[in-house]
Design a protein around this ligand. Structure first.
Ligand SMILES: C[S@@+](CC[C@H](N)C(=O)[O-])C[C@H]1O[C@@H](n2cnc3c(N)ncnc32)[C@H](O)[C@@H]1O
Length: 292
């Protein structure tokens, strides 16, 4: 019996929309190289249905057809799927913990490379730069800020953020242990506020796909917050391997509030520097013979 026949005769018919989603994700991967095949299914289904409706198309197969022939539609879908929500000094307690637990470690290095993976529109990168500047570390640091999505990276490079957000960001900054007037870091621009370009003089903003691309350097710190939540377990494990391979000896890994190294193949390769704020330090895993 063929697969189709066995499906047709089965008591439990395969969910047609599920098949359409599989085909669409495969097509997106083969046509554009973006691999969403292992993204968490429920949220993927919601976002694809929303894009289908916004495009005025009746079915997911119809959306597949449009995506294959219309790169602009792919850009729109990419924005839907890559969920770019971010904020300056998001989870201020994390930045406070970073100042207290990580900065003293970083002071011991003459030169630092930090990878800010999934940086979205740059708010996280600018927050880091402000913190490092205040701690006297910015000049000796190069930050690689990467994201899958070119449009958000273009905004990050611009460094212009909405004026109406500044009250919230100032509160976050102060709660994060900020020591100056936050307004010292930006000037009013006609379309918002422009952050001091000196903050990102040592930042390289570049496209990098955590799912498909390799490591490109060795880092003392990898910060990837609120990205892994969108991946299923297979993909999370793969990205954890990438981070582990990319970290220098005793390097530091930072994840988002809802993310962890627990229950990953690398959980024994880290010790928690601050468990609550998901700050981990790479350790050498003991060998079965007691060596290192
Ligand atoms: C919710 S934002 C998090 C932004 C920031 N890290 C924060 O916590 O505020 C998630 C970001 O991950 C990026 N992203 C999603 N899949 C990715 C992938 N495969 N490779 C690199 N970045 C990805 C999205 O484009 C988005 O900008």
């Amino acid at each position: 019996m063929s697969v189709a026949e066995s499906r047709l005769s089965s008591d439990e018919p395969a969910d047609l929309e599920d098949i359409e989603i599989d085909l669409l994700l495969e097509a997106v991967y083969r046509r554009y190289g973006f691999d969403f095949r292992n993204y968490a299914r429920a949220s993927l289904r919601r976002r694809l249905s929303r894009r289908r409706d916004l495009e005025g198309i009746a079915t997911i197969s119809g959306l597949l057809e449009r995506l294959l022939h219309d790169p602009d539609c792919m850009e729109r879908l990419l924005l839907d799927l890559s969920i770019n929500v971010t904020a300056m000094f998001r989870d201020p307690g994390f930045y406070l913990a970073f100042r207290e637990r990580v900065v003293p470690v970083l002071r011991t290095y003459p030169f630092l490379r930090i990878w800010n993976a999934g940086c979205s529109t740059g708010e996280e990168t600018y927050s880091l730069a402000v913190l490092l500047a205040e701690e006297g570390l910015l000049d000796r640091t190069r930050i690689y800020a990467t994201d899958i999505n070119q449009s958000v990276l273009a905004r990050a490079r611009d460094g212009v953020f909405p004026l109406e957000k500044m009250r919230e960001y100032t509160e976050n900054y102060l709660a994060a242990g900020g020591t100056r007037a936050f307004s010292e870091y930006y000037v009013a621009a006609y379309d918002g506020v422009r952050f001091d370009p000196a903050l990102v003089a040592n930042v390289v903003f570049a496209q990098h796909n955590l799912v498909a691309d390799r490591s490109f350097n060795e880092f003392q710190v990898v910060i990837c917050r609120n990205v892994l939540i969108y991946f299923d377990k297979t993909l999370q494990d793969r990205v954890h391997r990438l981070f582990h391979d990319s970290l220098s000896r005793f390097g530091i890994l930072v994840l988002g509030q809802k993310e962890s190294v627990s229950f990953t193949p690398h959980e024994h390769d880290y010790q928690a520097l601050d468990d609550a704020h998901r700050i981990y330090r790479k350790v050498a895993r003991p060998t079965p013979h007691g060596g290192r």
